[in-house]
Design a protein around this ligand. Sequence first.
Ligand code: MG
Length: 364
Amino acid sequence: MELRQLEMPLVSAFETSGWREEEKTCIIVQLNAGSFSGFGECAVSTGPWYGSETLASAWFVLEEYLVPLLLGKESENAAEVLSAMDSVRGNNMAKASVEMAFWDLLGKSSGKSLSKLLGGTQGSVASGVSVGLQKTREKLVDVVGGYVEEGYRRIKIKIKPGRDVELVEAVREEFPDTPLMVDANGAYDPRESSALRKLDAFELLMIEQPFAWNDLVEHARLKKLIRTPVCLDESVASLDDLESALALDSFGVLNIKPARLGGLVVSRMVHDVCKARGLPVWCGGLLETGVGRAANVALASLPGFVMPGDISASGRYFKEDIVRPEFRLEADGTIRVPSGPGIGVEVVEDRLEKFTVKRKEFKP
Ligand code: MG
């Protein structure tokens, strides 16, 4: 096993209601078995803003706990890899990185694509883009216009209290028919949610995670008050969370992110439950490099992913991705699902090297 910490320049800084990322950081996990190598990404931020894990905490948990549980062990499938990590609580992003690397290894050694292994049915996935908070309304409209021009199938804008209705109004005025949604990353106080009710007038696809990550009750209350579907992201980090959210009727749409859910096994189960109940899901993102992006694309090829996700082209984030071929936006606003073995894209050694700031190898 090998861990690498990467630092990559972003094409532009990414700002949400709670944090701002000037550059992309992550941990790339490499699993070696025989002549095969599998790659997974721990899509963690430097700080505990999206979730409670950080770049340093994930590295620590991987190095001190997860790697020793797995090094030199045999596993038949990803579920076994997950259960081998059972004694460690939480730390889903760290676990997901190892689990996803195992899926890649499984695909490469069996000659099957990750999409095929997961049961994917779609050869391409509709691509949306997530637009961070901008300095001015004019700048936001300008940035959105660029993505609409490129052909993205839906636009998501980040909002926060005080910067919501006016932003949506400005974008809607310019792009009346563009599929549009907002994401608050948990920034709203349920007692002061009048702005969220005002957003009901703009024909948004959904309002994503308006309230705190651990508050399913207020999301359920809001769902009854507004017409616009409520989407959860941060609030559902496990199958148990999903059960609670379903029991409370807290959402109408779900954003599935393998990093948040501890990998592809649980992500697929969450997908299956939602599909059986007729609840639409889409695949979110955490500014992944081509490695994590490839896993997201494969997951999004499952039949229940019926809405465009946050899976954008590599070029939306990076001048240079670490995989070949890079993910491109096709003329019809989709991203092709790789059909080669495993994640289906090649990790380019010298690019990986170029962005590596820390590296450690583990031998059984
Ligand atoms: Mg979100």
